[in-house]
Design a protein around this ligand. Structure first.
Ligand SMILES: Nc1ncnc2c1ncn2[C@@H]1O[C@H](COP(=O)(O)OP(=O)(O)OP(=O)(O)O)[C@@H](O)[C@H]1O
Length: 354
């Protein structure tokens, strides 16, 4: 590991410290991101954070030799890659516990935010009983094409790929499916869709924590889960059940995202906390999982998703887009850290078995 410390006579520890500080990570987690190529140093970032490259580059430029470092992004495989899906580097479940807290809206906007951070992103709508992704992507009524009558081409919208039961059967049909049929449908959507190479596949889970959700969490090789909640007590109680469910099936909970945190008046700027305040902090503290952000209750979010348009693409500089962007980068980082920890745990248990 000599290279980790020195490169062509340069002590790289100051670069490592700079990158570690920039991402608030321990130095040993980032030292392996530096490699040597054609006599120069390359820094390869393993999670989606393209919007941060310039800021990081400026920080490095202040260090002796830091201006020559090339920055790249190559998103790492998360979790137990051997159990994973061939073309998908990270499968992420987005769950809520309680219905109507904005899980699908959050899934779409985080997916768009991850794509704007330079990742290849897909959405699998597993909300069999209320598939809203087709409407939110603006392509309800379209159907996946198949060339062999077995595999489906995912649909494309706003730079994302997606598949949903909503593209395949009328909503009323799926609404009466029992558990085994619903989980079979999800397996088919995952395994019979011709997913292109993806860095992240976000799975919009059905709301609730019953048998169906438990089966889905067990059957699909997800690398981690995100729990969406509002700050309201009844939503938090259900979010807590969702966290307990993932703990039970040993799926790492990467964070909690508080939606509809407040409404800010467009005229006077006054913030109103319609669904109470501090709930996200409480649930994150109690469970020792990161709180990835607060998304306000905002008319533009509702209007854009109802119209199947992408706020983040149309108005990337808006406060809302920035809030989703920050949450998406946090999520990507947590997914990476959790994947590293899992890989290390597997490594340790293999060594112990030796
Ligand atoms: N932050 C927000 N600001 C304004 N409206 C929002 C916000 N988040 C979600 N909504 C709106 O709330 C409604 C419910 O959102 P959504 O369908 O995403 O919830 P869900 O939790 O996925 O619901 P379900 O339990 O039915 O799957 C939608 O009309 C959506 O546009």
């Amino acid at each position: 590991m000599f290279f980790k410390k020195r490169h062509a006579g340069t002590d790289i520890s100051s670069f490592v410290a700079c990158v570690a500080g920039f991402f608030s990570l321990p130095e040993q987690k980032v030292s392996g991101w530096f490699t040597s190529e054609d006599g120069g140093l390359v820094l390869t970032l393993p999670f989606a954070c393209q919007s941060q490259h310039q800021g990081l580059s400026l920080a490095l430029q202040k260090l002796d030799g830091g201006d020559k470092i090339q920055i790249r992004q190559n998103i790492a495989f998360g979790g137990d890659a051997k159990r994973g899906h061939r073309s998908i580097r990270n499968l992420l479940a987005v769950a809520s516990g309680k219905g109507g807290v904005g899980k699908s809206t959050t899934t779409i906007n985080l997916a768009l935010a991850l794509a704007s951070e330079g990742a290849r992103v897909g959405i699998l709508d597993a909300d069999i009983y209320g598939p809203s992704i087709p409407i939110m992507l603006g392509n309800a009524g379209e159907h996946p094409k198949s060339i062999d009558n077995r595999h489906m081409q995912p649909l494309q919208a706003h730079g994302l790929v997606a598949n949903s039961i909503g593209y395949l059967v009328p909503a009323d049909d799926a609404a009466v499916w029992r558990g085994p049929m619903a989980s079979k449908a999800l397996q088919q959507l995952l395994n019979e869709t011709l997913w292109p190479q993806l860095d992240y596949l976000l799975i919009d889970m059905p709301p609730g924590t019953g048998d169906i959700q438990l089966t889905l969490a067990q059957q699909v090789p997800v690398s981690g889960a995100l729990v969406v909640t509002t700050p309201q007590n009844i939503a938090l109680a259900d979010a807590q059940k969702a966290i307990a469910m993932f703990n039970k099936v040993k799926v790492p909970v990467l964070g909690v995202l508080e939606n509809m945190s407040y409404h800010q008046c467009e005229n006077c700027g006054h913030k109103e906390f319609l669904f109470a305040q501090g709930g996200g902090e409480r649930i994150s503290g109690q469970n020792k999982v990161p709180l990835l952000g607060h998304i306000p209750l905002d008319i533009h979010i509702r209007e854009y998703t109802d119209a199947g348009k992408a706020l983040i693409v149309d108005k990337p500089q808006s406060v809302i887009s920035q809030a989703y962007g920050a949450a998406a980068r946090q999520l990507a980082k947590q997914l990476y850290i959790s994947g590293q920890d899992q890989a290390q745990a597997i490594d340790i248990s293999i060594k112990e078995a030796d």
